[in-house]
Design a protein around this ligand. Sequence first.
Ligand code: PA5
Length: 447
Amino acid sequence: SQVRFDYSLASNVISEDEIKSMEKITNDAKDVLLSKSGAGSDFLGWIDLPVDYDKDEFARIQKAAQKIQSDSEVLLVIGIGGSYLGARAAIEFLRHGFYNSVSKEIRKTPEIYYCGNSLSGTYLKQLIEVVGDRDFSVNIISKSGTTTEPAVAFRIFKEMLENKYGKEEAAKRIYATTDKAKGALKNLATEEGYETFVVPDDVGGRFSVLTAVGLLPIAVSGADITKLMEGAADMRQTCLNKDFAENDSLKYAAIRNILLRKGKSVEILCNYEPSLHYVSEWWKQLFGESEGKDQKGLFPASVDLTTDLHSMGQFIQDGSRIMFETVMELENPSLDVTINEEPVDLDGLNYLSGKTLDFINKSAMKGTQLAHTDGNVPNLSVKLPKQDEFSLGQLFYFFEFACGVSGYILGVNPFNQPGVESYKANMFALLGKPGYEAQREELMKRL
Ligand code: PA5
């Protein structure tokens, strides 16, 4: 079973002629991607990652994960953006929905908390409280090794580890995932003797979930990283080798661009399972950072349904007609609940007795898709067969490949992120970082 793309509900707004004309453009974009002849071609390492990765490092990741599982009650994953979202997306999708709060007997693996993805002192103070005096390890993840948010959080937890275990023992509980040679984190790791894992030069942050960046925390959570890679490798075969008619990732790339050209400037990724929330967060970074440049691009948004039908549903049904939806449908959830009959039907729900929550959820989904279609919001669908590693590996690759192709259709470099730097310079100036004195003076006048 495969992750599949279905646009049949949008056939009223997209003609076969439009698809035909986009087919050529899409195939050209795919050729540019695979021949590495387009902008950003230094960052295409992700294309072959599922089949061409460092097997020794992969084994080291599994070994490190086992050590963390055996000597730590808590793992802190420190990273931001592409150095954080993939791991969280996978762990929340693949493991227990109440991972940190369910009993240890059920979870079996360390609690996992994420930090270094904001600058909130309250969050860090409370996290320190959560860790308490329990045994813990840290995975600090930063490709550049200089990003402020994770660096600040790491300084705090490094000190906490050293106070608790002493410098030498603390070093054995710190795992650094960073560039193979450069950056402050690499230097620090070498100096202090931390075990290190590599973010390959040719893989950008948002495409790095299948490197040590994602794989170490995912392995610590108890999910099967071998199956995740197998799923991605399977989807890679399809993406690279199938013609347009049978290549769902290419069709998704084509159709979202058709809709953009028709004036739909927002794509909302919808899910009906809370476990997919962080897959949407990962997807927003992937597409937002890849396509939002040169004053162009679809704005990637997301909603959790049916939850947000009670908040954003009104706008989607009836507000500005600027969006289309892509629904991630989990076809076969692993768990379910059935509604029982009650002798007296006080709550009026007996008409649902014998029905499963999945049946009710899918009915809500289908009803919503039709209602939104009628409200002029084209609906696309990405079908995910199962809540498992193989399906998720497929889904990650499906979106990554579509993103590369879609970016080239749009005419941007999908693999850089020049806009991410602007806030950093201002922040450094305001914080008084050496070298930013002139900019600081300018900014202070404006505040
Ligand atoms: O995709 C990106 O490049 C960014 O989101 C980065 O992943 C993020 O800024 C973290 O960067 P780094 O891994 O260098 O700390």
